[in-house]
Design a protein. Structure first.
Length: 188
């Protein structure tokens, strides 16, 4: 049976929670399907996740109001997840080191590096950047693991998780790259 109707629900993703009711009236003893599309205009494609819970109100009966609630489901906003590859991070570290060296050839204590809404001291910025990247990968792995429980296409989800695991394996080589940049004089 295909859906009889579809609803598009716009909601502000960045708020703590949002509630929306959809009224679908069907005669007793019949079945129906309908589609509810969730549209979070503020969501960043492939980087934001949100939790969705569904409650079905089956109306009143002689015994009272019949309501069924399902466990909350984690959903990926707008398509496949995105993250920087280890090669992109390696290139950013090299650019960061070069720029800091250019601005502070004799040290770097007076220079800060801004990322993730925080200024990091030049002497720790590359390691801090790798740590932020590592934490981002961990969050994505955890969120995708939750999504996988309810995925219609488990193969695609497993592919993304495998790619994330490969990127996570590159964390230590990225830390070694930062150390090598410092040792080569490419960074104070």
């Amino acid at each position: 049976m295909g859906p009889s109707t579809a609803y598009a629900v716009n909601f502000p993703l960045r708020e703590g929670s949002y509630r929306h009711s959809v009224n679908q009236l069907i005669p007793a003893g019949t079945a129906d399907r309908f589609v509810v599309s969730l549209v979070a205009a503020e969501a960043e494609r492939g980087r934001d996740f949100y939790g969705v819970s569904l409650t079905l109100d089956c109306g009143r009966s002689k015994k009272g109001r019949a309501t069924t609630a399902w466990e909350s489901v984690r959903v990926l906003a707008y398509g496949p997840p995105v993250w920087e590859s280890p090669d992109e991070i390696r290139e950013r570290l090299s650019r960061m080191a070069g720029r800091v060296r250019e601005l502070a050839p004799s040290g770097g204590d007076s220079v800060g590096v801004l990322f993730n809404s925080t200024v990091h001291p030049a002497r720790t910025a590359m390691d801090d950047y790798v740590t932020v990247y590592e934490n981002k990968l961990k969050v994505l792995v955890a969120a995708l693991g939750e999504c996988q429980k309810y995925a219609a296409d488990e193969t695609r989800m497993r592919t993304w998780l495998t790619e994330l695991e490969r990127a996570t394996e590159e964390i230590e080589p990225l830390r070694h790259h930062a150390t090598a940049l410092r040792a080569s004089g490419g960074h104070p």
